[in-house]
Structure formats: structure tokens, C-alpha cells
Design a protein around this ligand. Structure first.
Ligand code: HEM
Length: 524
């Protein structure tokens, strides 16, 4: 296997070493708060607040809490969005829910969420989203990765990764590659449309697109996940394994934590799937490093190639092990996020034909004559981005953002001690008519006009989170979403002839059905 040392020795002849200038300053939360609902977010003195034990919430057996209810009817887990809404309506904007020893404090108001973000220091503390995946990495001598690290370790890794992924200029360098994958996908899509205008198994095809684009971003290679027979087979295995990991991780989250002591069948299955994905990602990485080295040695490495690898190999903060974990995350994160959100956007546009036409008109102006999205065009897009925001509000990727409280917090008159498990529940208040007018309606315009935007609490919709821990893949996701939507809307008019689409919870949210959008070719 190639080592970082040998590759760096070659690479350094070509590239000057860059040191990331990292902007770790938190989003200026004070500046953001322009609206206000009169909510007492905290009592001035922690000691005068009611104790943690008094936070309202459903009662259950001590320690077990709601575990038995989920155990008896597991389908409730899939409808967790509804359960959270019910918790808010029954108990208020701060609710404690216990599930097998885990005391979850749900925050259902943007002002409470603001309070948590404002109290975060340099290193916001998160529990792992998928605890069982964090366990896999620990058991297999892998590094935990960004989303599972905290403190100084997280900060250093984050600095290196966000330099290449989150800085707009750097992220834009990936746009030409993303354009090529999108163009190939559009060619494929033409042939997939059945006589009735629908694409059988559209959800899966969109996942294949997401995986292909992610692999291209990471490894500078086309895998053929939606083109060749071998590519399809391998891609589908990765997609299935990733899907199983989420299903199993959800099952474990709502089960008794026996798996922390002995490997239960679900944990073993999850580890098997992780073994497979990890093995494939490592093979791709070794192959990419080999190609990279050859390109360096032969002097054929150009600046537009191996963008991600070049940067990571030059970053002193990133160990070989870190590189493997990060690559694994970038390869698979798209599957549970960007791809799912693209499907949700197609649904919302198909069910709102008037809005769709406005978005289609903007799409035509965004794409070049050869059908590409340039960085300038991406920056000029407004309506499509408003549509994406509105889709995030109605059909988000996640119900909440997780935190361990950084210090003793006084929230809503209750004591929330340092280290408490917090769920910042954006989803519930994003649909709360008390907080946002016409909450159920799809109105992209609400994100466009300054006068309307100013009325929306800035902590209402934070799909990528805020501050120093904000999603590091945000720019990739936004670029790819605008690109794909512009391409699809330029070529097709979308229709929807079925009932309302709902989502299914499995730590994150996915459409609970086939997204049977009808694609009707527009006049050239
Ligand atoms: C629609 C797409 C996406 C959404 C809505 C989304 C959302 C989020 C959210 C809410 C967080 C948690 C932030 C926090 O704890 O404050 C997060 C973290 C993260 N996301 Fe994304 N994500 C998306 C796509 C991606 C993609 C495509 C990648 C990979 C390229 C990615 C990589 C990550 C990583 C590595 C973290 C952990 C960051 C850290 O803890 O420093 N995400 N994402």
C-alpha cells in the first residue's frame, strides 16, 4: 500500500503546501435575531430554575421510559415526526423523553435553540448521530471521523476538511466534475422514462446518481454506478449496505443498550455492512492514491484533478486513518442526504406547478448552451435556492440537531445540566403555524423577499445547522441540488398524480414511498 510519505514526496514537487486559514468564528447569532416571539428562553439564575427532574414529558417506567412503547409497536419509530409533534402539543416547548436510560431533552422553540448555539464555545459537543457506527470504528482501529469527534481532535480535523469542502471558491472547483456526472445522468434518465411518464424505481436511480457524483468528488474517477452492469451491481450493494446501516442503527437506538456490552445480532449485522462499505472505500482510495502517484511521477497531474486527495495529503493535521474515515463519510453521506432531498424537491415542484414554472424559467437562464452550470450561474440562482429551502422546511433530511449541553443551561425555567443530551427540533417548529404563517403551504417566495424573510426567526430553518459545526458538505449539497434541479426542470415538466408524500424516520428521514413523478419533455 502506498504511504502518505511516498506520495507527499512526489506531490510536494508540484504543489506549494497550503495551510488552511480556517474561519472557526461562529455565525453571528446575535445579528441574526431580528424577529421575536416573546418566549422566556431562560431564567436569569440557574439555581432559581426548576430542577431537571421537573422538565415535563411522558411518564414511563423508571429508566426504561418510552422504550416499551417503541418495543411493542416499532412502527412508531418510523413515524417519529408525528410523535415529536405530539410531545410538543402535550407538554410544551421543552420536553424530556426517556428511552432506555437515555434522557433526551427536546427543544421545540427557535429561541431555545438560539440559546444553545449562543452558549457553544470553540468546540460544540455532539453525541455521535449513529452510536453503533462510532462503535464499529472504535472496534476496528479506525478514527471516529468528524461527526463523532469532539474537542481539539475534532477542531484540527475540521480545519483541514472545511478548507477544501466549505470554502465557496474551493468547493466550486468540483463543479466541472459534478456537471459531467449530472449530464450523464440526464442522458440515462431519458431512457428510463416509461410510457406513462414515470421512472420506475426513481428513488434508486437518484441514489445511484448521488453515489457516482460522490465517488467522482473523492477519487477523481467514474465508477459507472448508473451506466455499466458491473457498476450498477457494485453501486447497488453499497447503497443497500448503507441503507441497512441506517435501519439497524435506528433499531439499536430504540433498543435496550445491551449491544454496548455484548455484540447482539443487530450490531453484528451492522458491523458486517460497515465492513463491506469500508472495504470498498479503502479499495477505491488505494486505487486513487496509485493513480495520483503515477500522475505526479509522470508530470501529468493537473490542478483540476484529485482536488480532494491533493489537499488532504498535504494537510499535516490529517492522518492516514483520518483520511480513510473522511473518504468513507463523503462517499456515503450523499446517499442519506443530498439524494433524498433531491427527491423531496422533485415532489414539491411536481405538486406546485405554478412555482415549478418560475423555477423552470430561472433554470433556463442558469445553464450554459452546453447545459452546464457555472459558478457565476450558481451564485446568481435565487428562486431555485428558495425552492430548496422551502423543501427543507416541509421535508427535511433530519428532524433535529444533536448536542451535549456545553454548560449548565437555564432553558424555559428549567435546569439543563452540562452534558445533557439535547435535540434541537427544527422540524416541529418549522411546521408550527404559531411560528411561521401558512406553515403547511409550499411558498418559496417567503425566502426571497427581504420583508418576508425578516419575519422568519433565523433559528427556524437550519437544515445544515449553524456555527462552527455546521455541515461540512453543505456547499457540495447546494451545488449539486441547484445543478440537478436546473437540468431536470429545463428538460422536463413534472407532474404528480398521487396522494400526499410522507417521510419515514430512520435516524434521518427518507421518502416513505416511490417518488412517482411524471416527467413530460418540454419543447426544445
Ligand atoms: C442536503 C444535504 C445535507 C444536509 C441537510 C446535511 C445536514 C447536516 C447536519 C444538520 C449536520 C450536523 C451539524 C451539527 O451538528 O451542528 C451535518 C454534519 C455533517 N455533514 Fe452534512 N448534510 C448534508 C450533506 C452532506 C454531505 C453531502 C456531506 C459529505 C460531503 C456531509 C458531511 C457532513 C459531515 C462530515 C458532518 C459532521 C461535521 C462536524 O461534526 O464537524 N453532509 N450535516
Amino acid at each position: 500500500m502506498l504511504t502518505r510519505g511516498s506520495i507527499l514526496a512526489c506531490a510536494s514537487q508540484i504543489f506549494a503546501r497550503h495551510y488552511p486559514q480556517v474561519c472557526m468564528k461562529s455565525t453571528a447569532v446575535n445579528d441574526l435575531d431580528k424577529t421575536q416571539t416573546p418566549v422566556s428562553a431562560s431564567c436569569s439564575d440557574y439555581d432559581n430554575c426548576l430542577p431537571f427532574s421537573k422538565i415535563p414529558g411522558p411518564r414511563g417506567l423508571p429508566w426504561f421510559g418510552k422504550w416499551l412503547e417503541y418495543k411493542l409497536d416499532y412502527s412508531k419509530v418510523h413515524r417519529r415526526d408525528k410523535i415529536l409533534k405530539k410531545l410538543q402539543s402535550e407538554y410544551g416547548d421543552i420536553v424530556k423523553e426517556t428511552i432506555a436510560g437515555r434522557h433526551i431533552v427536546h427543544l421545540f422553540h427557535p429561541d431555545y435553540i438560539k440559546l444553545v448555539y449562543e452558549s457553544e464555545g470553540k468546540y460544540p459537543v455532539v453525541p455521535p448521530i449513529l452510536e453503533s457506527v462510532a462503535m464499529y470504528r472504535q472496534n476496528n482501529d479506525l478514527t471516529p471521523g468528524l461527526g463523532n469527534s469532539n474537542g481539539e481532535v475534532w477542531y484540527k480535523l475540521r480545519a483541514a476538511v472545511q478548507y477544501i469542502l466549505l470554502r465557496p471558491r474551493k468547493a466550486m472547483d468540483f463543479l466541472p466534475g459534478q456537471n459531467k456526472v449530472a449530464a450523464d445522468f440526464m442522458d440515462k434518465l431519458d431512457g428510463l422514462i416509461a410510457e406513462n411518464g414515470e421512472v420506475p424505481d426513481l428513488n434508486h436511480w437518484i441514489l445511484r446518481w448521488g453515489l457516482e457524483s460522490a465517488a467522482n468528488n473523492c477519487f477523481d474517477i467514474r465508477m459507472g454506478y448508473f451506466k455499466t452492469k458491473e457498476g450498477l451491481q457494485l453501486g447497488d450493494k453499497i447503497i443497500q449496505a448503507n441503507s441497512d446501516v441506517f435501519d439497524l442503527a435506528t433499531k439499536l437506538y430504540f433498543s435496550l443498550p445491551v449491544y454496548r456490552i455484548i455484540p447482539t445480532p443487530s450490531l453484528k449485522k451492522l458491523f458486517d455492512q460497515e465492513d463491506f462499505i469500508n472495504g470498498e472505500a479503502c479499495k477505491y482510495l488505494d486505487d486513487a492514491l496509485e493513480r495520483y502517484k503515477k500522475a505526479v511521477e509522470s508530470g501529468t497531474l493537473t490542478e483540476d484533478r484529485f482536488l480532494f486527495l491533493t489537499h488532504m495529503l498535504q494537510s499535516e493535521q490529517v492522518s492516514d486513518k483520518d483520511l480513510r474515515t473522511i473518504i468513507l463519510s463523503i462517499l456515503t453521506d450523499t446517499l442519506s442526504t443530498t439524494s433524498q432531498i433531491l427527491l423531496n424537491n422533485l415532489y414539491n415542484l411536481a405538486t406546485n406547478p405554478e412555482k415549478q414554472e418560475i423555477a423552470a424559467e430561472e433554470s433556463r437562464s442558469l445553464l450554459s448552451s452546453s447545459g452546464e452550470l457555472t459558478s457565476a450561474a450558481f451564485n446568481s440562482s435565487t428562486y431555485i435556492r428558495a425552492c430548496i429551502k422551502e423543501s427543507f422546511r416541509l421535508h427535511p433530511v433530519g428532524l433535529d440537531i444533536l448536542r451535549l449541553s456545553p454548560c449548565n443551561l437555564a432553558i424555559g425555567g428549567y435546569q439543563v445540566p452540562e452534558g445533557s443530551y439535547l435535540c434541537l427540533n427544527n422540524y416541529v417548529h418549522s411546521l408550527d403555524p404559531k411560528v411561521i404563517p401558512n406553515a403547511e403551504a409550499y411558498i418559496p417566495e417567503r425566502w426571497l423577499r427581504e420583508s418576508d424573510r425578516d419575519k422568519i426567526n433565523p433559528y427556524l430553518l437550519t437544515p445544515f445547522s449553524l456555527g462552527t459545526r455546521m455541515c461540512v458538505g453543505r456547499r457540495f449539497a447546494e451545488q449539486e441540488l441547484v445543478l440537478m434541479l436546473a437540468k431536470i426542470l429545463t428538460r422536463y415538466r413534472l407532474e404528480w398524480h398521487y396522494g400526499k408524500m410522507h417521510q419515514r424516520f430512520r435516524m434521518l428521514l427518507i421518502p416513505d414511498q416511490e417518488v412517482k413523478v411524471k416527467f413530460i419533455r418540454r419543447e426544445a
